[in-house]
Design a protein around this ligand. Structure first.
Ligand SMILES: [Zn+2]
Length: 441
């Protein structure tokens, strides 16, 4: 027993130190604490000058708006990082066309910069990069993040903005042709977001949102949605989980939970109003499945990476609370039940404590991706506490490269690296319209 005990103790300390290793201790005071402290300081000194001085560096002004000073700091860092990114991309893989690590991701960043600044030069850059991507399609995958669906969808949107209707339509036609392999009954395509049907569904919903509802016919969207639903029902029956989790999915034989490969990412897409899933299906299939994931919550408020994994380790968009949170917020919008928002807020606490990641500043498993969770919570609640937290994670990204984080394999890319952090910074200073790229709609 003594041995067992010490083993158990070792396990506990092992996982704790591992947890520490994955993230930095959050050095930022929370907003309320800061305010209390300032009030105390004011009371002690009798003059507000000290408090005013410390407030000058804060991202939000007294009215809870992003301060001018913070805006300027972020804008100047965006310029600086863009230059570094452009320089670094000179040695990037010329054939990587993907949104996740390649040229389409960079095009998407410039499209975002065009959206927030309306500078035509950004749209031109987006065109240059997406053209580079479109020359390298390989017909292997269909999704927005890792397949041909990304460059075709982004190409359609960029050409649409430039009023090149023929080129835009050409991209759309090719995008729609990819549905064959998505719908084919004997295709072995998975359902998750990175490589599967949900990632193709996102491409369709993205062009509908950006170009207009006529860009993609409703029947195509309905067919893709049905294929995802059927696949989930089948696995659920096979695994005898039809009662508890009527829509079950796996990727490489594992039932993942998170946004990138798992249930949360798939349910999130199916819950989109533009996916037009029927009210009955929402109530009978999606709601119990979302609740099934909810019940997998760890005591910390975090979520496991897969249904068979019991360790509370990863706090990434791809695995863990930062991805599941988006599903919960969408479930709250659709089912109007406060419990979903409460769970999302719990995710927010875990991310605040463990979300400054040693893996870097990117979207998939980095600090910027985790920061988007606070922006979504801010949209859902209008609580300035979350905007403050989003700004603090942005502040961390302003010191890009100084924390000794791991350098990702594609250090300048949208999902692993610098382009993702720039995307996040550009969203934080105009938070009302912020949108996690290639995921939120
Ligand atoms: Zn990841």
């Amino acid at each position: 027993m003594g041995e067992n005990m010490s083993k158990r103790l070792k396990l506990v300390t092992g996982s704790e130190s591992e947890m520490e290793e994955r993230s930095f201790i959050n050095p930022f005071p929370d907003r309320e604490h800061r305010e209390h402290r300032e009030h105390r300081e004011q009371g002690l000194s009798g003059t507000p000058s000290a408090a005013e001085h410390s407030g000058a560096n804060e991202p939000l002004d007294a009215g809870g708006k992003i301060s001018d000073a913070f805006q300027k700091k972020v804008q100047s860092k965006i310029k600086d990082l863009l230059q570094q990114m452009e320089e670094g991309l000179k040695t990037a893989d010329p054939h990587d066309f993907s949104t996740y690590t390649g040229w389409t991701g960079i095009a998407l960043l410039y499209l975002q910069l065009y959206r927030v600044t309306q500078e035509a030069s950004h749209l031109q850059r987006a065109l240059d990069y997406v053209k580079r991507a479109l020359r390298n399609l390989n017909g292997r995958r269909v999704t927005f993040l890792c397949g041909d669906g990304g460059p075709l969808a982004v190409g359609a949107v960029v050409h649409h903005h430039l009023k090149n209707q023929t080129e835009s339509q050409e991209c759309l036609t090719k995008l729609l042709q990819l549905q064959r392999s998505v719908l084919s009954p004997d295709s072995d395509i998975p359902d998750e977001l990175l490589y599967g049907r949900a990632g193709y569904l996102y491409a369709l919903l993205y062009v509908s949102k950006e170009i207009g509802p006529d860009a993609v016919d409703e029947t195509t969207i309905a067919k893709v949605v049905t294929a995802i639903l059927e696949s989930g029902k089948n696995l659920s029956k096979e695994e005898k989980k039809a009662e508890r989790c009527p829509l079950l999915y796996e990727w490489h034989k594992k039932q993942y939970v998170g946004a990138a490969h798992g249930l949360a990412g798939i349910y999130y897409m199916l819950l989109q109003p533009s996916a037009k899933v029927s009210q009955d299906t929402l109530n009978e299939l999606l709601r119990p499945s979302v609740d099934y994931v909810r019940h997998k919550k760890f005591r910390s408020g975090n979520y496991p990476s897969s249904l068979s994994n019991e360790t509370d380790r990863l706090v990434h968009w791809c695995h863990g609370a930062p991805g599941v949170l988006h599903m919960l917020i969408m479930a709250h919008k659709v089912f109007r039940d406060e419990k979903y928002l409460r769970d999302a807020a719990e995710c927010g606490e875990v991310i605040w404590q463990r979300g400054l990641l040693r893996k870097g500043y990117g979207l998939c498993h980095g600090t910027a991706g985790n920061g988007y969770a606070f922006l979504s919570l801010y949209h859902a609640t209008q609580d300035k506490k979350y905007l403050y937290r989003a700004c603090k994670f942005a502040e961390w990204c302003l010191d890009y490269g100084t924390h000794g984080c791991r350098i990702p394999d594609r250090p300048y890319s949208l999902f692993e690296g610098m382009a993702g952090a720039i995307h996040y910074l550009s969203d934080v200073i105009q938070p009302e319209g912020s949108c996690f790229p290639a995921f939120e709609l």
